[in-house]
Design a protein around this ligand. Structure first.
Ligand code: C2E
Ligand code: CA
Ligand code: CA
Length: 872
């Protein structure tokens, strides 16, 4: 747009110049008419003045105009009428612009014609009017020259001025000449000489004006001038002038003039005057023509530039628009294409602009097209991957460009991870049914197999035998040789068992050192017993591992499917029970499930359902809690009680926990029992809060490991705390060591949550498991309760050192030591000497009913022992 603007401004300026020039030329054209009128007025007045001057002259010479006219043969008065007509005409056409008023002239004429003034006065009054007219001519000329710029027009105006000058210079020549030719009487020769000099000067100015006019070279004017000079009458006047200037006047002073020559010269002058009027007219016409030409050419220049400029502007705007469109269209197309691609329309064809338009948009089109190709290919590849079609050739097709290479690696990664996932799935499917350690079936697979075998047996009427195999002393192998050796033993046992089985038999590891074998279509008990014996025999063979010779044995329980519908878990429970019986008899033996065992199982079922009912009974169904005091070993003060459950089962008398807790522990019933105990114990704590001497009494409750691992313990405790509002610091829980080791990490997390409530944790029956120091440090606990069996053996050296070790170990990691099962004064002394922190046992009190417990506590305080340091 910048060049367009510049061109337009320039064209505008030129157009304006042309307009101004054209207007000026028109002004000159109009102005020159007025000027010619002014010149005509001036000359007409001069002509009349000359006549009056002649009259003055004639009077001096003592003659009259009429006589002189007769004398030279030219009627001077005849000059007056046309001169007056010319003057009147000029004034009329000048109108208000005339420097001489028609009235003033008319009164002059009246004065002259009426004889009111002398010729001398007339000369003076004409002189004044001529001067005004001449001034107007000069200023008019100046004005026109100021407006003319074109050289031809300037020249034409110059020649008009020169023409005017020629006429002006010509006018006085006749009268000056007459003064030389006819000197007035009394004029001295000096006066005549001065007149001659004056004539010389006026003639010189005439000649100079003529020369200037000719030099200006305006053809028509020069032609006219030439015609004037060629006129014979004019030439006669010229010759007379020349002769006079050369000192040959037509008359000597006092001598009679050659009147013929005088008359010829005078006529020549009049002719020249008339012709010179035509010269001014020609000059005026030349100026007018030139002005018209200039105006026309300027006007056409103006039109040409205006049209050209407009056309140029239009063309420029057109080009600019075309250019803008040729850029904006590809950009718009590019934007639309990019938008479509971004919207996921990969099959959209890029517009034709991809090959046209600016280089930048073409490059961008190319890049997006490449990108689309990449994305399409990528799409195809991911599709192939999604369908796991790893052989699809599209997967091997390379993605173009650098972007393609980086995408390629992602695809490779993706396909790699899909393959890995595939392998993982295969692995998981395998792991779901196989024991990872031994490669034989796992527990879920065993349950499924038992179910399948029972289904088949129900159809065919065959008998299925389930063998439950439990290794002896396997824990000892693990402890003395390490887990790796233990694992190797398990692998070899599995392999040996597989060897002795029939092809149709199925073997699985249930976990730990327990295996099951399913034998279908056995022919009687003997067949199954034979298989059991083969298993025992092969496991009894020593194992050679890492240079160690390891001997272990196995106990086998056998259960046979009975007639009628069977259930896998019941069959498994029977085989398990038989295995237990076998183990009790002889460590490497087998037992076949029989009626006695059946009775035992029935009793267990019976206890289970009765306990369930008792727990659902709001009155407790005979369940009660007894409390056993725990004392501070240093001060003998009562520092807490342990809640112990008993069951007054209707028709069965009071049952000790050992007769129902293990049965409850086999199912989630134990969790309900724990919750019942927690609720009852905390209610008791509320009751004790009302007794001054028992206000802060602490109670610890035994919690099953199953409950800990259920992940519900902390929330169950929170519920009883909220229900009773007791101080959590008064409550403690005890967990048997062995169950903690089953899943250390999970147990630790749950115990953390319990301790976060403000409840303390004790590890119970410590020493019966195999807790290492590292384990102890990992467990979030507060107290260690040394198992009763150790306290029982304080009388031998080994027993003593064990208790001392546990005590020192506990203290080393900031745990308090509780000794339970203290029955004798000797044990008491030894435990005090070893630094046990708390003591519990029949020596102080048996577990007591709540009321008895209260009484005991009040007595104990009364005997001088205050409730003190907390214990779990
Ligand atoms: P435990 O936690 O080790 O409880 C201590 C056991 O030792 C109690 O037996 C107690 O009567 C007994 N005892 C206390 N002092 C002496 C003593 O000086 N000499 C001897 N010989 N024994 C003493 P109890 O009440 O029969 O409890 C047996 C086990 O039953 C408990 O062992 C505990 O593991 C479990 N148990 C008891 N009550 C509950 C309960 O409410 N919930 C759970 N989950 N388990 C409980
Ligand atoms: Ca306990
Ligand atoms: Ca215990």
């Amino acid at each position: 747009m910048l060049p367009v603007t510049v061109v337009c401004i320039r064209a505008g300026a030129v157009v304006a110049d042309h307009r101004t020039a054209a207007n000026q030329a028109v002004a000159v054209e109009h102005g020159v008419t007025g000027l010619s009128d002014l010149v005509a007025l001036r000359d007409a007045l001069s002509a009349q003045q000359s006549v009056e001057e002649f009259d003055v002259r004639f009077a001096q010479l003592g003659t009259t105009r009429a006589a002189a006219s007769l004398f030279v043969g030219v009627d001077l008065s005849s000059q007056v009428v046309p001169a007056r007509a010319r003057a009147d005409h000029a004034i009329a056409s000048l109108g208000s612009g005339s420097p001489v008023q028609a009235g003033a002239l008319a009164s002059l004429y009246a004065d002259i014609d009426g004889g009111g003034i002398s010729p001398t006065e007339a000369v003076q009054r004409f002189g004044a009017l001529i001067e005004v007219s001449a001034t107007a001519v000069a200023s008019g000329l100046q004005q026109l020259q100021a407006q003319a710029q074109h050289p031809p027009l300037v020249a034409a105006l110059d020649s008009l001025r020169a023409s005017s000058d020629v006429v002006e210079a010509s006018m006085p020549q006749a009268i000056d000449l007459s003064a030389i030719w006819f000197p007035a009487p009394g004029e001295t020769p000096q006066m005549v000489a001065a007149g001659l000099a004056r004539f010389g000067a006026s003639s010189a100015s005439y000649t100079a004006a003529v020369a200037r006019l000719r030099a200006l070279g305006v053809t028509s004017v020069v032609g006219n001038l030439t015609r004037v000079e060629a006129d014979t009458e004019v030439q006669a006047f010229d010759q007379a002038v020349a002769a006079t200037l050369l000192g040959h006047p037509l008359t000597e002073a006092g001598a009679a003039p050659d009147l013929v020559k005088v008359a010829d010269a005078f006529r020549g002058f009049l002719t020249r005057s008339a012709l010179l009027d035509g010269l001014v007219a020609t000059s005026t016409a030349a100026v007018r023509d030139e002005a018209r030409l200039v105006a026309a050419s300027e006007r056409s220049g103006f039109v040409a530039w205006a049209v050209g400029g407009a056309a140029l502007a239009l063309i420029s705007i057109g080009v600019a628009l075309w250019l803008a469109r040729s850029i904006s269209k590809p950009i718009k197309d590019l934007a639309r294409y990019a938008h479509d691609v971004n919207e996921g329309q990969l099959d959209v064809e890029p517009s034709l602009s991809r090959n046209h338009g600016p280089r930048e948009t073409r490059v961008a089109f190319g890049l997006i097209t490449d990108l689309v190709a990449n994305l399409q290919l990528l799409d195809a590849k991911t599709n192939a991957l999604a369908h796991c079609d790893f052989d699809d050739p599209v997967l091997r097709e390379p993605l173009p460009g650098r972007l393609g290479r980086s995408l390629e690696s992602s695809v490779a990664l993706l396909s790699g991870s899909i393959v890995e996932r595939d392998q993982l799935q295969t692995h998981l499917a395998y792991a779901a049914t196989h024991d990872s350690l031994t490669g034989i079936g796992n527990r879920p697979a065993a349950i499924r197999e038992i179910q399948a075998a029972l289904n088949r047996a129900a159809r065919t009427g065959d008998t299925t035998a389930l063998l439950f195999v439990d290794l002896n002393d396997f824990k000892a192998v693990n402890d003395s040789h390490g887990h790796e050796v233990g694992d190797e033993v398990l692998r070899q046992v599995a392999a040996r068992m597989t060897d002795v089985l029939r092809n149709s038999d199925f073997v699985a590891r249930l976990g730990g050192d327990e295996f099951v074998v399913i034998a279908e279509a056995v022919v009687g008990v003997a067949d199954a017993a034979d298989l059991a014996r083969r298993i025992i025999e092969t496991v009894n063979q020593p194992f050679e591992i890492d240079g160690f010779r390891i001997s272990i044995g196995a106990a086998v329980g056998i259960a046979l499917s009975l007639d009628g519908p069977e259930e896998p878990f019941r069959l498994l429970a029977r085989a398990d029970a038989a295995m237990y019986r076998a183990k009790r008899h002889d460590r490497s033996a087998m037992e076949i499930f029989d009626v006695g065992m059946q009775q035992e199982l029935i009793e267990r079922d019976d206890i289970e359902s009765a306990l369930t009912a008792a727990l659902e009974d709001p009155a407790g169904g005979g369940l009660i809690l007894q409390y056993q005091p725990v004392l501070n070993a240093v001060t003998d003060e009562l520092c807490g009680v342990e809640a112990l459950v008993r069951w007054d089962r209707p028709g069965h008398g009071r049952l000790a926990p050992i007769s129902f807790i293990p049965i409850a522990e086999a199912t989630s019933l134990i969790i309900d029992l724990d919750c019942w105990v927690l609720a009852r114990a905390t209610q008791q704590m509320v009751a004790w809060s009302a007794i001054a001497k028992l206000v802060g009494l602490r109670v610890s409750v035994n919690i099953s490991g199953r409950h800990v691992l259920s992940g519900q313990l902390a929330s169950h405790i929170r519920v009883v705390l909220e229900n009773t509002g007791i101080d959590p610091g008064r409550l403690g829980i005890e967990i048997t060591e062995t169950v903690l080791l089953d899943d250390l990490v999970e147990a630790a997390a749950e115990l953390d949550a319990v301790r976060a409530l403000g409840v303390s944790v004790a590890i119970d029956d410590f020493g019966t498991g195999y807790t290492s120091l590292a384990h102890l440090q990992q467990l979030p606990i507060d107290n260690i309760k040394i198992d009763r069996s150790f306290i029982n053996h304080l009388d031998d050296r080994r027993g003593r050192s064990l208790v001392r070790m546990i005590t020192d170990l506990g203290h080393a990691i900031d745990l308090k030591i509780v000794a339970e099962g203290v029955e004798t004064a000797e044990q008491l002394d030894l435990l005090k000497a070893m630094g046990a922190d708390f003591l519990q046992g029949f020596l102080f009190s048996r577990p007591l009913d709540p009321e008895a417990m209260s009484a005991w506590a009040i007595d104990h305080v009364a005997a001088g022992h205050q409730p003190s340091t907390p214990v779990a």
